[in-house]
Design a binder for this molecule. Structure first.
Ligand SMILES: NC(=O)c1ccc[n+]([C@@H]2O[C@H](COP(=O)([O-])OP(=O)(O)OC[C@H]3O[C@@H](n4cnc5c(N)ncnc54)[C@H](OP(=O)(O)O)[C@@H]3O)[C@@H](O)[C@H]2O)c1
Length: 213
């Protein structure tokens, strides 16, 4: 299958949380990290998030200062069409693609809709479709359920995690990779390729071990 190169980027606290127990957006990135993410976004053809993140954070997912035609395509995994009509991801500042399951009928103004898979969006079909549209570099920004699906199906090439400087705690606070998890004896192997201090935090960049061994 031809698919884009897939980069995951997220920010977590030193205790491994990507949001607090209220599951709302928390700014974990330092200013330096925000600058890096801006460049990373601009270098990608598309940016993907799950409906959980749309509902929790209502992000616009655009690169400030870039005109709409230069902004990466915004992609939402939304099996049942729960993206609100007023969500910022549907604004005019970039193009938007909403991927639903085959049985969903919902449509949106300002968004292309594709329907892949039964029950949940079939990521393999979506990646193949994105590739056919010219997407060669895809940035997956979360949340934990979506990142887990990409790991589980072995579609991740690069994993970037910024670690900030405050603790949130909370047994129910979300982490970068959720889902059912891998069996203890079969973790997803990564290779650490770079480490960088960015202000009050640290950036870790890993490549999937299969890509470097
Ligand atoms: N710090 C950071 O870097 C960062 C970044 C992003 C998000 N967050 C945080 O993460 C939290 C949201 O994460 P989340 O895990 O609840 O939601 P999520 O990963 O954004 O979205 C998960 C939802 O996506 C839908 N989906 C459709 N197809 C899927 C597939 N094949 N695999 C997985 N999911 C699929 C499912 O809902 P349906 O079944 O309805 O389709 C699923 O429940 C929020 O608290 C947000 O603040 C933090």
């Amino acid at each position: 299958m031809m698919r884009p190169y897939v980069i995951v980027n997220c920010a977590m606290t030193p205790d491994g949380k990507i949001a607090g127990r209220e599951r709302r957006q928390v700014r974990i990135s330092s200013q330096e990290d925000l600058e890096r993410v801006k460049k990373l976004r601009a270098s990608c053809d598309a940016i993907l998030i799950g409906i959980g993140t749309v509902l929790a954070d209502d992000p616009h997912l655009t690169v400030k200062d870039l005109p709409p035609e230069k902004n990466p395509l915004r992609v939402v995994l939304d099996s049942n069409g729960r993206t609100p009509d007023h969500a910022k991801i549907l604004n005019q500042n970039a193009q938007t693609l909403i991927a639903t399951s085959e049985d969903c009928k919902k449509t949106w103004k300002n968004a292309e809709v594709v329907r892949f898979g039964k029950g949940r969006v079939d990521i393999e079909q979506l990646l193949s479709y994105l590739y056919s549209k010219g997407v060669r570099k895809l940035l997956v920004e979360g949340g934990g359920e979506v990142i887990w699906s990409f790991f589980k199906e072995d579609f991740i090439d690069r994993y970037c995690v910024f670690i900030g400087d405050f603790v949130l705690g909370g047994r129910d606070a979300p982490t970068p990779v959720e889902g059912d998890g891998f069996p203890d004896h079969q973790p997803f192997r990564l290779k650490l390729i770079d480490v960088e201090r960015l202000g009050n935090g640290i950036l870790l960049i890993y490549e999937a071990a299969r890509n470097v061994e």
